[in-house]
Each structure stands twice: as structure tokens, then as C-alpha cells.
Unconditional design. Structure first.
Length: 259
């Protein structure tokens, strides 16, 4: 009987050693499938790149195009083309607006710039300036600013001239708010194909800015103590030139009044 027990124990030991042998397959039936084998696993290959389809054409940012909410940003209409061809950019203006200054050009790219105003009170009108360019079959606003009636702008004047050396022509605008110092805001807008940017901004009084020999010339009144507002003692004349990125002051001199 004792011999029989010893045989049974030896047999069980042999079976246990065989099961633990390194050459035996993993007995676990719950071995997980590698994560990359399943598209839903944590490391599943990413979906197709979104750049495979054409990207939409970028829209002007609000900083570049500030138009009234009811004004169009894009116009694609043969009738508008016909009107613009005759020098009338009204289809691009806010509804009910009257156009004062306008500049329609086809070289070096199709572009329309204009000032507009609307409202019955001449001292509290909504006013603005806009630059549009052709993009394919459509016209798109690439730059604009709008003055609300509460801002008290009495009018917007525009000068056109070459300031950056690209032969495209720039716009110098002045939003007049009046007062004894002829106060207002000066801007220089630089158009490029598909865009336009404000490259100079100055709110001033007693100042005049002109395009002179391819540069900006600023003439500012210089008041000595006791000078009446009508009669400054001198004028400071400064010249600003384009350096490829901005208008920088290159000279300045003070000239006595009457000198």
C-alpha cells in the first residue's frame, strides 16, 4: 500500500514538472490581442489626414474688415460687375449708403476703394471706408473701417499715392471730427493682392499729413507758452518713409511761423 502511494506521488510530480516546462505554450485562455490589431484599440491608426481635402479660402479677419452688420462681405453678381465697370461701386456699399470718394483700378489687380455715409443728420452719420478686390468671379472686402454716428465724424477725406514702391498705390485717409484744432484720425492703408492692411494710425489735432515725393510729410503746430490757438509760434515738419514693414521717421525739423 505504501509503495502504491509513492507511485501516485511520483506520477503527480512528473505531471507538474511537464506543465511548468519553458517549452509549453501559455495556458492562459485570456491572453489579450495586441492593441494595434484592432482599429478601435487605444493605439489604433489615426483616421485620414484632414488636409487631404482642399482647405477653404480664408476669410478676412474682423480686425481687417469692419463693416456694418447689414453690409455685404462678398458680392458675386454680373450686374454688380457691370456697375463697377462704369465706375459705380454702389453694389459693394452698405444698403442705403451714399458714396463720396471712389477709386476703381484694374492694374496691378482689380480693386475698388470708396468712402460711404448714410443717415439724415450730417453731424451724426454712419461713415466708413472700404477696399474690395476681385477673387475669381466674386468681389471680396479685404479692408474696411466704420465710424458710428456717436463718434462724431464729419467726413472722410482720401489721398492716393505711391508710398511703398510697389506701384500699387496707397490710401491716406483722414476722419475729421472738427474742433478748433481740426482734430481727427489719420490712417495709411497699403493694398496687396488679396489683402490690405493699416500700416499707419495717428489721432491728432493741429496736424496735417500729405503724400510728398513718395513719403508721408507731417506738419504739426508747435505752441509756445501764451500762443493763441490760432497762431502757433512754429511748425514741426517730419518725414516718414516705408522701410518694408512700417513707416519710420527719417527726418524732423522745426521752422518758425512765417519762416
Amino acid at each position: 500500500m505504501t509503495s502504491m502511494r509513492r507511485l501516485i506521488v511520483l506520477a503527480l510530480a512528473v505531471v507538474a514538472l511537464t506543465a511548468c516546462s519553458p517549452g509549453s505554450p501559455d495556458p492562459s485562455p485570456t491572453a489579450s490581442t495586441p492593441a494595434t490589431a484592432s482599429p478601435t484599440g487605444p493605439t489604433a491608426p489615426p483616421s485620414a489626414s484632414p488636409t487631404a481635402s482642399p482647405s477653404p479660402e480664408p476669410s478676412p479677419s474682423p480686425a481687417d474688415v469692419r463693416l456694418p452688420e447689414d453690409a455685404p462681405f462678398v458680392v458675386e453678381d454680373p450686374a454688380a460687375d457691370a456697375s463697377i465697370a462704369t465706375g459705380d461701386p454702389t453694389p459693394l456699399a452698405p444698403p442705403g449708403a451714399e458714396i463720396d470718394f471712389q477709386d476703381v483700378r484694374t492694374d496691378p489687380f482689380d480693386q475698388v476703394a470708396f468712402t460711404w455715409r448714410r443717415g439724415d443728420d450730417p453731424f451724426a452719420q454712419e461713415q466708413g471706408f472700404a477696399v474690395w478686390q476681385r477673387s475669381g468671379e466674386a468681389w471680396r472686402a479685404v479692408f474696411a473701417f466704420t465710424d458710428r454716428p456717436s463718434e462724431g465724424v464729419l467726413g472722410i477725406s482720401v489721398q492716393v499715392g505711391e508710398l511703398t514702391g510697389d506701384d500699387a498705390g496707397e490710401y491716406v485717409t483722414f476722419e475729421q471730427t472738427g474742433g478748433s484744432g481740426a482734430c481727427g484720425t489719420w490712417r495709411v492703408i497699403v493694398p496687396t493682392p488679396g489683402a490690405a492692411e493699416e500700416a499707419f494710425h495717428r489721432a491728432t489735432c493741429d496736424t496735417d499729413i500729405r503724400i510728398v515725393n513718395g513719403a508721408l510729410e507731417m506738419r504739426t503746430s508747435v505752441f509756445a507758452p501764451g500762443d493763441p490757438h490760432c497762431c502757433p509760434s512754429a511748425f514741426r515738419t517730419s518725414r516718414f518713409e516705408w522701410d518694408g514693414e512700417a513707416f519710420v521717421r527719417v527726418s524732423s525739423q522745426v521752422i518758425p511761423a512765417g519762416g
